[in-house]
Write a protein that binds this ligand. Sequence first.
Ligand SMILES: [Fe+2]
Length: 248
Amino acid sequence: MNLFKNIFKKSPKLPPVDLSILINDIHSHLIPGIDDGAKTMEDSINLINGFREIGYKKLITTPHIMSDQYRNTPEIILGGLEKVRNEMKNQQIEMQIEAAAEYFIDLEFLKLIEEKKLLTFGNNFVLVEISFFSEPPMLNEALFNLQIAGYKPVMAHAERYGFWNNSYEKYEDLKSRGALLQLNIGSLTGFYSPETKKISERLIEDGMYDLIGSDCHHQGHIDLIKGCRTEKYLHKIIESGKLLNHSL
Ligand SMILES: [Fe+2]
């Protein structure tokens, strides 16, 4: 009887991890009206206040730049950032905010690398993403060209590309090619899929991630992060001391 009791005993819930240790969030969509993130300035301000409540001190927001969907430029993004900063000043919101971008890897992106006018954060980091359906043929070329041009590629939500679920060696290959890997905090809840959760936990076990981010588009993502704070693997990655977030 005692044996059964022990087997079915639920593991104790962990206390919420203190995300203020990270200091910085490095992946979000907070500039209003330029991608699939915040739609209005009110949305932006509400989301920024949400980050403050969680304990973040600085946000590096990363609107999409995608040739066939979100044709954003540094001018559009930095102009939007200025408007958000002005509104934050008006409302006396204490939070540092900077902008970079989340670049979609395609042929157009190869041209942008050549022009050397990419939006970066931290130590010349460039956040990149790829299609969720298949690996783009120019992926390795883009990673190589970025580094030749002096940039350091960061693969956004590395765990979310389902076509790599059964190709774990791909992650080792990406790292050997100089890419850093970023985890979406929400992946740890199983929000995207059970497979995404599984891969993210394995990558954490193996110490493969360099950065973590919210990928916040809307209030639902703020709630997701709050709920994720009791996840064992979020504790694990934060306690690993390997994350670069605080240094940016
Ligand atoms: Fe994103």
